[in-house]
Design a binder for this molecule. Structure first.
Ligand code: NDP
Length: 259
């Protein structure tokens, strides 16, 4: 299936590794130019160079912290300098580990800034670019934890739930401007980060540890690959998904324990 992404400009935050990198590569594979962002300059520049080499598209690196207004503005400006965004994937994010009793206000605020305010500021700033090009698509990468919490990460669960609701309300506003907004809620996706955590927790038996996690949580009894998730994200942001508006899609191997 031709997704109709050739020549589009896709902005993906948190794209130096893991899921964001996979999504950026999926867009580039379809012929889209990409703006890839992360805080670590060397890493994001290396990723942009590699994408350019692998797929022959324009790949622009932005090293900035999207949890700040200035960091978001740098991304918006980079997209404008390429001709304006058609697609925006809010992906930068990270897990947490705390109890409500012990976590200080500052920790809540930092996750709110990263998981919610980055999406608010970037969607607000990129929307005029999309509108000027006749429309576009936005995708918020939340998590299954937005609807089915894990006990050890209350701040993550809460801020991802807020991101999902933000996407829903944004969708109603944006579709009037020709911009489709959706949410993806991944389950267990095997990223280098998960592999490192498993090595820390289980040493030589880290593969066995990952299998135990998958056995416990996912009906399919395995982690998803980054590519399995990224292909879905590329499709949902493409013109081939033109009637998909304001929904939250689970890509979770049966981890969600409800319909
Ligand atoms: P990784 O930790 O592998 O990658 C995170 C990326 O985001 C990196 O490129 C990192 O680069 C960047 N990043 C982190 N903080 C910021 C910031 N403040 N500003 C700009 N960039 C930032 O994460 P994953 O690929 O595992 O996860 C990606 C998203 O998917 C997250 O939102 C996560 O919550 C969600 N998710 C992941 C699941 C999984 O199983 N892996 C399951 C469900 C949801 P740098 O540190 O250089 O800034």
């Amino acid at each position: 299936m031709d997704l109709g992404l050739h020549g589009k400009i896709a902005v993906v935050t948190g794209a130096s590794k893991g899921i964001g990198l996979g999504i950026a590569r999926a867009f580039a594979r379809e012929g889209a130019n990409v703006v890839v962002t992360a805080r670590t300059q060397a890493a994001i520049e290396a990723v942009a160079a590699q994408i350019g080499r692998d797929f022959g598209v324009t790949a622009r690196a932005v090293a900035s912290d999207v949890a700040t207004p200035e960091g978001c503005q740098a991304v918006i400006d980079a997209a404008a300098s390429l001709g304006g965004a058609d697609i925006f994937v809010s992906n930068a994010g990270t897990g947490s580990n705390e109890t409500v009793a012990e976590a200080p206000d500052e920790k809540w605020q930092s996750y709110w800034d990263l998981h919610v305010m980055a999406a608010v500021r970037l969607s607000r700033g990129l929307a005029p670019q999309m509108e000027a090009k006749g429309g576009g698509a936005m995708l918020m990468n939340a998590s299954i934890c937005a609807v089915q919490p894990l006990w050890y990460e209350p701040i993550y669960n809460t801020t991802k739930a807020a991101l999902m609701m933000f996407a829903k309300t944004l969708s109603t506003e944006m579709i009037k401007r020709g911009i489709r907004v959706n949410t993806v809620n991944p389950g267990l996706i095997r990223t280098p980060d998960w592999e490192n955590t498993a090595r820390e927790l289980a040493g030589a038996n880290w593969e066995g540890y990952l299998q135990e996690v998958a056995d416990e949580h996912a009906d399919i009894k395995r982690f998803g690959t980054v590519e399995e998730l990224a292909d879905f994200c590329a499709f949902i942001c493409s013109p081939r998904a033109s009637y998909c508006v304001g929904s939250a899609y689970h890509v979770d191997g049966g981890m969600l324990k409800t319909t």
